[in-house]
Ligand binder design. Sequence first.
Ligand code: G3I
Length: 368
Amino acid sequence: MIGSIIFRRAINLSLLISLVLCLTVVLTGQGRSDPNVLPHTEVLRSSAAKHGVRIITATDPAYFKDSRYAAILGAEFSGLEPENAMKFGPVHPRPNTDPHPYDFSVCDQLISFAQQHNMGVRGHTLVWHNQNPDWLTHGDFTPKQLRAILRDHITTVLKHFGTNIYAYDVVNEAFDDDGKMHSTLWYDKPGIGLARQGTKYIEQALRWAHAASPSAKLFYNDYNNETIGPKSDAIYAMARDFKQRGVPLSGVGLQMHVALDLDDPAKLNSLSADIKRVGDLGLEVDITELDIRVKSNDTASLVAQAKLYGEIVSVCIQQPSCKLIQTWGLTDKYSWVPGFFSGYGWALLWDDKYQKKPSYYAMLKALQ
Ligand code: G3I
Protein backbone atom coordinates (compact mmCIF):
# COMPACT_ATOMS: atom_id res chain seq x y z
CA MET A 1 0.00 0.00 0.00
CA ILE A 2 2.66 2.49 1.16
CA GLY A 3 4.78 1.29 -1.75
CA SER A 4 2.00 2.03 -4.25
CA ILE A 5 1.48 5.59 -2.83
CA ILE A 6 5.20 6.30 -3.14
CA PHE A 7 5.13 4.86 -6.69
CA ARG A 8 2.16 7.08 -7.73
CA ARG A 9 3.81 10.17 -6.18
CA ALA A 10 7.00 9.41 -8.04
CA ILE A 11 5.05 9.10 -11.31
CA ASN A 12 3.26 12.42 -10.63
CA LEU A 13 6.58 14.09 -9.83
CA SER A 14 8.20 12.82 -13.00
CA LEU A 15 5.16 13.99 -15.06
CA LEU A 16 5.49 17.42 -13.45
CA ILE A 17 9.23 17.56 -14.24
CA SER A 18 8.55 16.53 -17.87
CA LEU A 19 5.90 19.26 -18.17
CA VAL A 20 8.26 21.92 -16.79
CA LEU A 21 11.00 20.77 -19.18
CA CYS A 22 8.63 20.88 -22.17
CA LEU A 23 7.47 24.38 -21.24
CA THR A 24 11.09 25.52 -20.86
CA VAL A 25 11.95 24.23 -24.32
CA VAL A 26 8.90 25.92 -25.84
CA LEU A 27 9.39 29.22 -24.04
CA THR A 28 13.14 29.55 -24.53
CA GLY A 29 13.22 28.16 -28.01
CA GLN A 30 15.87 25.60 -27.03
CA GLY A 31 15.58 22.45 -29.05
CA ARG A 32 14.55 24.19 -32.27
CA SER A 33 16.73 23.27 -35.18
CA ASP A 34 18.67 26.54 -35.02
CA PRO A 35 22.01 26.21 -36.85
CA ASN A 36 23.62 28.34 -34.16
CA VAL A 37 22.67 25.94 -31.38
CA LEU A 38 25.48 23.44 -31.19
CA PRO A 39 26.02 20.65 -28.70
CA HIS A 40 27.30 21.94 -25.35
CA THR A 41 30.38 19.76 -25.58
CA GLU A 42 31.66 21.60 -28.66
CA VAL A 43 34.22 24.29 -27.92
CA LEU A 44 36.62 26.00 -30.29
CA ARG A 45 39.71 24.06 -29.25
CA SER A 46 38.23 20.57 -29.69
CA SER A 47 36.46 21.49 -32.94
CA ALA A 48 39.65 22.97 -34.42
CA ALA A 49 41.73 19.99 -33.29
CA LYS A 50 39.67 17.72 -35.57
CA HIS A 51 41.22 19.64 -38.48
CA GLY A 52 44.76 19.59 -37.06
CA VAL A 53 44.41 23.30 -36.31
CA ARG A 54 45.22 24.97 -33.03
CA ILE A 55 43.02 27.85 -31.93
CA ILE A 56 44.65 30.22 -29.50
CA THR A 57 44.35 33.80 -28.31
CA ALA A 58 46.51 36.71 -27.22
CA THR A 59 46.27 37.47 -23.54
CA ASP A 60 47.74 39.01 -20.40
CA PRO A 61 47.69 37.76 -16.79
CA ALA A 62 46.09 41.07 -15.72
CA TYR A 63 42.81 39.64 -17.05
CA PHE A 64 42.98 36.35 -15.12
CA LYS A 65 41.45 37.84 -11.97
CA ASP A 66 38.30 38.24 -14.04
CA SER A 67 36.94 34.75 -13.40
CA ARG A 68 34.67 34.63 -16.47
CA TYR A 69 37.58 35.63 -18.66
CA ALA A 70 39.83 32.95 -17.20
CA ALA A 71 37.14 30.27 -17.54
CA ILE A 72 36.60 31.03 -21.24
CA LEU A 73 40.32 31.19 -21.97
CA GLY A 74 41.03 27.83 -20.33
CA ALA A 75 38.02 26.05 -21.83
CA GLU A 76 37.88 27.33 -25.40
CA PHE A 77 41.49 27.82 -26.50
CA SER A 78 44.26 25.26 -26.90
CA GLY A 79 46.99 27.84 -26.61
CA LEU A 80 47.85 31.40 -25.73
CA GLU A 81 50.32 34.09 -26.65
CA PRO A 82 51.45 37.14 -24.67
CA GLU A 83 49.77 40.18 -26.23
CA ASN A 84 52.50 42.44 -24.87
CA ALA A 85 54.46 40.74 -22.08
CA MET A 86 57.17 39.18 -24.23
CA LYS A 87 58.00 42.22 -26.33
CA PHE A 88 61.48 43.66 -25.86
CA GLY A 89 60.42 46.49 -23.51
CA PRO A 90 58.42 44.44 -20.99
CA VAL A 91 60.76 41.43 -20.95
CA HIS A 92 64.12 43.22 -21.13
CA PRO A 93 63.39 46.52 -19.37
CA ARG A 94 66.94 47.25 -18.19
CA PRO A 95 70.32 47.21 -19.98
CA ASN A 96 72.64 44.25 -19.60
CA THR A 97 74.86 46.32 -17.29
CA ASP A 98 72.05 46.13 -14.70
CA PRO A 99 72.15 43.13 -12.32
CA HIS A 100 68.59 42.24 -13.42
CA PRO A 101 68.18 43.18 -17.08
CA TYR A 102 65.32 40.73 -17.78
CA ASP A 103 61.86 40.38 -16.23
CA PHE A 104 60.15 37.11 -17.09
CA SER A 105 57.60 37.26 -14.26
CA VAL A 106 54.54 38.14 -16.39
CA CYS A 107 55.35 35.64 -19.14
CA ASP A 108 55.95 32.96 -16.51
CA GLN A 109 52.41 33.53 -15.18
CA LEU A 110 51.12 32.94 -18.70
CA ILE A 111 53.09 29.71 -18.99
CA SER A 112 51.78 28.53 -15.65
CA PHE A 113 48.14 29.21 -16.74
CA ALA A 114 48.79 27.38 -20.00
CA GLN A 115 50.24 24.37 -18.23
CA GLN A 116 47.27 24.18 -15.86
CA HIS A 117 44.89 24.15 -18.83
CA ASN A 118 46.83 21.93 -21.21
CA MET A 119 47.54 24.77 -23.63
CA GLY A 120 50.53 25.49 -25.86
CA VAL A 121 52.34 28.83 -25.69
CA ARG A 122 53.41 30.83 -28.72
CA GLY A 123 56.01 33.58 -28.27
CA HIS A 124 55.61 37.14 -29.58
CA THR A 125 57.92 38.87 -30.53
CA LEU A 126 61.73 39.07 -30.52
CA VAL A 127 62.64 41.64 -33.18
CA TRP A 128 60.27 44.57 -33.67
CA HIS A 129 60.55 48.33 -33.94
CA ASN A 130 57.72 48.98 -31.41
CA GLN A 131 57.56 48.56 -27.64
CA ASN A 132 61.31 48.74 -27.21
CA PRO A 133 62.66 50.19 -23.93
CA ASP A 134 64.11 53.69 -23.73
CA TRP A 135 67.52 52.37 -22.74
CA LEU A 136 67.62 50.65 -26.13
CA THR A 137 66.10 53.28 -28.39
CA HIS A 138 67.97 56.17 -26.76
CA GLY A 139 71.19 54.29 -26.13
CA ASP A 140 73.06 55.58 -29.20
CA PHE A 141 74.52 52.12 -29.78
CA THR A 142 76.81 51.23 -32.68
CA PRO A 143 75.74 48.40 -35.06
CA LYS A 144 78.29 46.15 -33.39
CA GLN A 145 76.83 46.86 -29.95
CA LEU A 146 73.25 46.42 -31.23
CA ARG A 147 74.22 43.10 -32.79
CA ALA A 148 75.52 41.87 -29.43
CA ILE A 149 72.41 43.17 -27.63
CA LEU A 150 70.02 41.44 -30.04
CA ARG A 151 71.93 38.18 -30.00
CA ASP A 152 71.93 38.20 -26.20
CA HIS A 153 68.22 39.08 -26.13
CA ILE A 154 67.14 36.28 -28.46
CA THR A 155 69.41 33.73 -26.81
CA THR A 156 68.45 34.63 -23.22
CA VAL A 157 64.70 34.71 -23.91
CA LEU A 158 64.62 31.40 -25.79
CA LYS A 159 66.84 29.64 -23.28
CA HIS A 160 64.68 30.91 -20.41
CA PHE A 161 61.50 29.47 -21.91
CA GLY A 162 63.06 26.29 -23.32
CA THR A 163 60.40 23.88 -24.53
CA ASN A 164 57.64 25.75 -22.66
CA ILE A 165 57.19 27.84 -25.80
CA TYR A 166 56.70 25.83 -28.97
CA ALA A 167 56.82 28.64 -31.58
CA TYR A 168 57.94 32.26 -31.89
CA ASP A 169 57.25 35.25 -34.06
CA VAL A 170 60.97 35.93 -34.37
CA VAL A 171 60.75 39.03 -36.56
CA ASN A 172 57.64 41.20 -36.76
CA GLU A 173 56.64 43.74 -39.42
CA ALA A 174 59.97 44.18 -41.23
CA PHE A 175 58.42 45.11 -44.60
CA ASP A 176 56.58 48.19 -45.79
CA ASP A 177 53.32 47.77 -47.70
CA ASP A 178 55.19 48.33 -51.00
CA GLY A 179 57.43 45.34 -50.26
CA LYS A 180 60.53 47.37 -49.38
CA MET A 181 62.34 46.83 -46.11
CA HIS A 182 60.99 48.98 -43.28
CA SER A 183 63.61 51.34 -41.92
CA THR A 184 64.14 50.45 -38.25
CA LEU A 185 66.56 50.33 -35.37
CA TRP A 186 67.36 46.72 -36.25
CA TYR A 187 67.64 47.11 -40.02
CA ASP A 188 69.36 50.39 -40.83
CA LYS A 189 68.90 52.92 -38.00
CA PRO A 190 71.68 51.97 -37.44
CA GLY A 191 70.96 48.23 -37.71
CA ILE A 192 72.96 45.24 -36.50
CA GLY A 193 75.65 45.58 -39.15
CA LEU A 194 73.50 44.32 -42.06
CA ALA A 195 71.93 47.63 -43.15
CA ARG A 196 70.72 47.80 -46.76
CA GLN A 197 71.31 44.06 -47.20
CA GLY A 198 67.62 43.25 -47.47
CA THR A 199 66.47 40.28 -45.44
CA LYS A 200 69.94 39.42 -44.06
CA TYR A 201 69.13 40.69 -40.57
CA ILE A 202 65.97 38.58 -40.49
CA GLU A 203 68.04 35.56 -41.48
CA GLN A 204 70.53 36.35 -38.73
CA ALA A 205 67.79 36.60 -36.10
CA LEU A 206 66.34 33.24 -37.21
CA ARG A 207 69.77 31.61 -36.99
CA TRP A 208 70.34 32.90 -33.46
CA ALA A 209 66.85 31.75 -32.44
CA HIS A 210 67.38 28.28 -33.90
CA ALA A 211 70.72 27.92 -32.12
CA ALA A 212 69.09 28.85 -28.79
CA SER A 213 65.98 26.66 -29.15
CA PRO A 214 66.45 24.06 -31.89
CA SER A 215 63.00 22.51 -31.53
CA ALA A 216 60.99 25.76 -31.61
CA LYS A 217 59.05 26.69 -34.74
CA LEU A 218 60.26 30.05 -36.01
CA PHE A 219 57.99 32.50 -37.85
CA TYR A 220 58.17 35.73 -39.76
CA ASN A 221 54.99 37.70 -38.88
CA ASP A 222 53.37 40.71 -40.57
CA TYR A 223 50.12 42.62 -41.28
CA ASN A 224 48.50 43.49 -44.63
CA ASN A 225 50.12 40.36 -46.07
CA GLU A 226 47.04 38.14 -46.21
CA THR A 227 46.25 38.75 -49.86
CA ILE A 228 48.60 38.70 -52.84
CA GLY A 229 50.29 42.04 -53.42
CA PRO A 230 53.68 43.76 -53.15
CA LYS A 231 54.10 43.03 -49.44
CA SER A 232 53.09 39.36 -49.49
CA ASP A 233 55.14 38.94 -52.70
CA ALA A 234 58.25 40.24 -50.89
CA ILE A 235 57.60 37.96 -47.92
CA TYR A 236 57.03 35.01 -50.25
CA ALA A 237 60.31 35.74 -52.07
CA MET A 238 62.13 35.85 -48.73
CA ALA A 239 60.50 32.61 -47.58
CA ARG A 240 61.42 30.83 -50.82
CA ASP A 241 65.01 32.06 -50.59
CA PHE A 242 65.30 31.02 -46.92
CA LYS A 243 63.81 27.62 -47.62
CA GLN A 244 66.19 27.04 -50.56
CA ARG A 245 69.22 27.98 -48.47
CA GLY A 246 68.21 26.12 -45.32
CA VAL A 247 67.63 29.22 -43.17
CA PRO A 248 65.62 27.99 -40.16
CA LEU A 249 62.23 29.50 -41.01
CA SER A 250 59.23 27.31 -40.14
CA GLY A 251 56.49 29.54 -41.43
CA VAL A 252 54.85 32.87 -42.10
CA GLY A 253 52.35 34.61 -39.83
CA LEU A 254 49.39 36.50 -41.29
CA GLN A 255 48.24 38.87 -38.56
CA MET A 256 44.85 39.59 -40.15
CA HIS A 257 43.62 42.66 -38.30
CA VAL A 258 40.88 43.08 -40.89
CA ALA A 259 37.61 44.85 -41.63
CA LEU A 260 34.50 43.76 -43.54
CA ASP A 261 35.93 44.76 -46.92
CA LEU A 262 37.81 41.44 -46.87
CA ASP A 263 34.46 39.73 -47.41
CA ASP A 264 34.88 39.77 -51.16
CA PRO A 265 35.28 36.55 -53.17
CA ALA A 266 38.33 37.91 -55.01
CA LYS A 267 40.06 38.83 -51.76
CA LEU A 268 39.21 35.54 -50.06
CA ASN A 269 40.52 33.66 -53.10
CA SER A 270 43.66 35.74 -52.86
CA LEU A 271 44.01 34.84 -49.16
CA SER A 272 43.67 31.19 -50.08
CA ALA A 273 46.22 31.50 -52.90
CA ASP A 274 48.67 33.28 -50.61
CA ILE A 275 48.42 30.54 -47.98
CA LYS A 276 48.79 27.90 -50.68
CA ARG A 277 51.91 29.32 -52.29
CA VAL A 278 53.70 29.59 -48.92
CA GLY A 279 52.47 26.11 -48.00
CA ASP A 280 53.81 24.75 -51.29
CA LEU A 281 57.29 25.81 -50.15
CA GLY A 282 56.90 23.33 -47.29
CA LEU A 283 56.25 26.09 -44.77
CA GLU A 284 53.46 26.54 -42.24
CA VAL A 285 51.06 29.48 -42.38
CA ASP A 286 49.60 30.74 -39.11
CA ILE A 287 46.79 33.26 -38.80
CA THR A 288 48.33 35.05 -35.86
CA GLU A 289 46.30 38.09 -34.77
CA LEU A 290 42.81 37.78 -36.20
CA ASP A 291 40.19 40.37 -35.37
CA ILE A 292 37.43 41.85 -37.52
CA ARG A 293 36.61 45.44 -36.64
CA VAL A 294 33.13 46.81 -37.30
CA LYS A 295 31.57 50.24 -36.88
CA SER A 296 28.55 49.21 -34.82
CA ASN A 297 27.34 46.34 -32.70
CA ASP A 298 23.94 46.33 -34.39
CA THR A 299 22.64 43.00 -35.65
CA ALA A 300 23.55 43.62 -39.29
CA SER A 301 27.18 44.39 -38.42
CA LEU A 302 27.53 41.40 -36.12
CA VAL A 303 25.98 39.06 -38.70
CA ALA A 304 28.30 40.39 -41.42
CA GLN A 305 31.26 39.98 -39.06
CA ALA A 306 30.20 36.42 -38.27
CA LYS A 307 30.01 35.55 -41.96
CA LEU A 308 33.58 36.73 -42.49
CA TYR A 309 34.92 34.92 -39.41
CA GLY A 310 33.37 31.73 -40.74
CA GLU A 311 34.81 32.25 -44.22
CA ILE A 312 38.34 32.85 -42.89
CA VAL A 313 38.15 29.67 -40.81
CA SER A 314 36.94 27.75 -43.87
CA VAL A 315 39.85 29.05 -45.96
CA CYS A 316 42.30 27.98 -43.26
CA ILE A 317 41.00 24.46 -42.74
CA GLN A 318 40.99 23.83 -46.50
CA GLN A 319 44.75 24.46 -46.67
CA PRO A 320 46.97 21.79 -45.09
CA SER A 321 49.66 24.39 -44.31
CA CYS A 322 47.31 26.52 -42.16
CA LYS A 323 47.86 25.15 -38.68
CA LEU A 324 46.82 27.94 -36.34
CA ILE A 325 44.13 30.54 -35.91
CA GLN A 326 44.80 33.03 -33.18
CA THR A 327 42.34 35.78 -32.29
CA TRP A 328 43.88 38.97 -30.92
CA GLY A 329 42.02 38.70 -27.63
CA LEU A 330 38.73 37.02 -26.83
CA THR A 331 36.35 39.68 -25.51
CA ASP A 332 35.41 43.14 -26.73
CA LYS A 333 36.00 44.21 -23.13
CA TYR A 334 39.76 44.02 -23.70
CA SER A 335 40.68 44.78 -27.30
CA TRP A 336 43.27 47.06 -28.81
CA VAL A 337 40.89 47.98 -31.68
CA PRO A 338 38.85 50.93 -30.31
CA GLY A 339 42.02 52.62 -29.07
CA PHE A 340 43.72 52.40 -32.47
CA PHE A 341 40.88 52.59 -35.03
CA SER A 342 38.64 55.53 -34.28
CA GLY A 343 34.96 54.64 -34.72
CA TYR A 344 35.59 50.90 -34.82
CA GLY A 345 35.32 48.16 -32.20
CA TRP A 346 33.40 44.95 -31.38
CA ALA A 347 36.09 42.95 -33.17
CA LEU A 348 36.17 39.72 -31.14
CA LEU A 349 34.12 36.60 -30.37
CA TRP A 350 32.65 37.46 -26.95
CA ASP A 351 31.02 40.81 -26.20
CA ASP A 352 32.05 42.96 -23.27
CA LYS A 353 29.63 41.05 -21.00
CA TYR A 354 31.08 37.69 -22.06
CA GLN A 355 28.09 36.74 -24.22
CA LYS A 356 29.05 34.66 -27.23
CA LYS A 357 28.57 36.69 -30.40
CA PRO A 358 27.34 35.41 -33.79
CA SER A 359 31.02 35.32 -34.79
CA TYR A 360 31.74 32.71 -32.13
CA TYR A 361 29.00 30.45 -33.48
CA ALA A 362 30.08 31.06 -37.07
CA MET A 363 33.60 30.02 -36.23
CA LEU A 364 32.43 26.92 -34.40
CA LYS A 365 30.12 26.01 -37.26
CA ALA A 366 32.91 26.41 -39.82
CA LEU A 367 34.99 24.01 -37.72
CA GLN A 368 32.30 21.27 -37.73
O1 G3I B 1 51.64 49.07 -19.88
C1 G3I B 1 51.46 50.47 -20.07
C2 G3I B 1 50.90 51.11 -18.84
O2 G3I B 1 51.86 50.99 -17.81
C3 G3I B 1 50.56 52.57 -19.13
O3 G3I B 1 49.93 53.12 -18.01
C4 G3I B 1 49.62 52.68 -20.32
C5 G3I B 1 49.34 54.13 -20.69
O4 G3I B 1 49.04 54.27 -22.06
O5 G3I B 1 50.24 52.07 -21.42
C6 G3I B 1 50.49 50.68 -21.21
O6 G3I B 1 51.10 50.18 -22.35
C7 G3I B 1 50.25 49.96 -23.46
C8 G3I B 1 50.36 48.49 -23.84
O7 G3I B 1 49.64 48.26 -25.03
C9 G3I B 1 49.85 47.57 -22.75
O8 G3I B 1 48.49 47.80 -22.53
C10 G3I B 1 50.72 50.84 -24.61
O9 G3I B 1 50.48 52.21 -24.30
C11 G3I B 1 49.99 50.46 -25.88
O10 G3I B 1 50.57 51.17 -26.97
C12 G3I B 1 50.14 48.98 -26.12
O11 G3I B 1 49.42 48.65 -27.28
C13 G3I B 1 49.75 47.40 -27.85
C14 G3I B 1 50.29 47.58 -29.27
O12 G3I B 1 50.54 46.31 -29.83
C15 G3I B 1 51.58 48.38 -29.29
O13 G3I B 1 52.05 48.51 -30.57
C16 G3I B 1 48.47 46.58 -27.88
O14 G3I B 1 48.05 46.28 -26.56
C17 G3I B 1 48.75 45.27 -28.62
O15 G3I B 1 47.52 44.61 -28.85
C18 G3I B 1 49.37 45.57 -29.98
O16 G3I B 1 49.68 44.35 -30.59
C19 G3I B 1 50.23 44.43 -31.92
C20 G3I B 1 51.08 43.21 -32.13
O17 G3I B 1 52.04 43.10 -31.10
C21 G3I B 1 51.76 43.26 -33.50
N1 G3I B 1 50.78 43.40 -34.54
C22 G3I B 1 49.86 44.52 -34.39
C23 G3I B 1 49.17 44.44 -33.03
C24 G3I B 1 48.13 45.50 -32.89
O18 G3I B 1 48.74 46.77 -32.90
